[in-house]
Design a protein around this ligand. Structure first.
Ligand code: COA
Length: 348
């Protein structure tokens, strides 16, 4: 059975830089609070009219395909991870397929938020190992800026997120020393409402009370009502402290799980990249695992949390800066909405 290698990688971030102080125009916040509590200094926001989740994904994909020495027509399957798709449906994968001019291939969207990239990597890995596909394009892309609460009510979440995209191309290899070793996927739906966008949705207050405020006599209001909009019930919410408490337990656990599954130890690890959700989480995990500064790469200070895009963007940068070299053992791990958490161990 073939193994899977990461044959190409690319990234794209919008040019528009938003500093912490720029957010003060909209909400009661400060550079000091955001830096101290998250490590974020700035983030990128997509151009409102012509940069979308899909277009940023397409730019990252083109770079990854070129980096793999391929052309779009070589791609035989697309996996697109995002929590903010261009359309409610269809997904972004088909928009990539259309724009790249690749005829007829399958395109799958993955809805696993911060763990979306690792879940997608795992799905792509299985397709390659089974022999079903030869060149799988995996994209993580997010245009968070279009749907954040730009009032003081939303500051806890809004200050954290930024826009961007990353992509990789997966290919079969017989050479285990340049392949994905394993992926590990977990979820715990008991925390589904800890980090959630409630509306629009079909729940009509079934799972959580009073988060879909509509006139019950008006059937059409269930989807989105003026009350939902006025009360900000259409924006992402997070019970930040609960998410953080579990993240700092589950992230070290899932890194150790990946190493143990392959008979490796922390000292074998050349690089750990976490989804970039909070610098404090990354520092805690680094300390808990006893890793050196050379073994962990973070870039949240520049981009904020780009959710499904954050791991491929960080991987791209770490490799471009020479912090990851060919043959290095790399672990990526994530924790986020769902709740989902995951890891992957591979040779670069
Ligand atoms: C979001 C996070 C940074 C918030 O930090 P926290 O210490 O939990 O802070 P809280 O939300 O309890 O807020 C503490 C105070 O700061 C305030 N605050 C929150 N965001 C603020 C901001 N951007 N600017 C200024 N003050 C802010 C709160 O209103 C609160 O004020 P109060 O005590 O007067 O009520 C942190 O919980 C976190 O990183 N959680 C995990 C995120 C994560 O991994 N998510 C998964 C993937 S998205």
């Amino acid at each position: 059975m073939p193994k899977t290698r990461l044959a190409g990688i690319g990234m794209y971030v919008p040019k528009n830089i938003i500093k912490n102080d720029d957010l003060k125009k909209y909400m009661d916040t400060s550079d000091e609070w955001i830096r101290a509590n998250t490590g974020i200094q700035e983030r990128r926001y997509a151009n409102r009219d012509d940069e979308t989740t899909a277009t940023m994904g397409i730019e990252a994909a083109k770079a990854a395909i070129e980096n793999a020495g391929l052309t779009p027509k070589d791609i035989d399957f697309i996996i697109f991870a995002t929590l903010c798709p261009d359309y409610y449906f269809p997904g972004c994968g088909v928009l990539v397929q259309r724009e790249l001019g690749i005829t007829d291939i399958g395109a799958l969207d993955v809805r696993n938020q911060c763990s979306g990239f690792i879940y997608s990597l795992s799905v792509g890995d299985q397709f390659i190992r089974s022999g079903m596909y030869k060149n799988v394009l995996v994209i993580g892309s997010e245009k968070h800026s279009y749907a954040l609460d730009f009032t003081t009510r939303g500051r806890q979440v809004t200050a954290m997120f930024g826009d961007g995209a990353g992509a990789v191309v997966l290919q079969p290899t017989e050479d285990a020393s340049q392949s994905i070793l394993s992926t590990h996927l977990h979820s715990d739906g008991s925390g589904a409402e800890q980090n959630v966008v409630f509306n629009p949705g079909s729940h009509s207050n079934h799972w959580a009370k009073d988060v879909a405020d509509y006139d019950p006599s008006d059937w059409g209001e269930q989807y989105v009502s003026h009350n939902m909009i006025n009360k900000g019930q259409i924006f992402p919410t997070m019970v930040g402290s609960a998410v953080m408490k579990k993240a700092i337990v589950k992230l070290p656990e899932v890194v150790n799980e990946a190493l143990a599954a392959n008979g490796k130890t922390l000292s074998d690890l050349n690089m750990l990249i976490l989804n970039q959700s909070n610098l404090r989480i990354a520092e805690f995990v680094q300390q808990k695992l006893g890793l050196s500064n050379d073994q962990v790469y973070t870039n949240i200070h520049k981009y904020g949390n780009t959710t499904a895009a954050s791991i491929p963007i960080a991987l791209y940068e770490a490799a471009a800066m020479g912090k990851i070299k060919k043959g290095d053992l790399v672990c990526v791990a994530s924790y986020g909405s769902g709740i989902t958490w995951a890891s992957a161990l591979f040779y670069w």
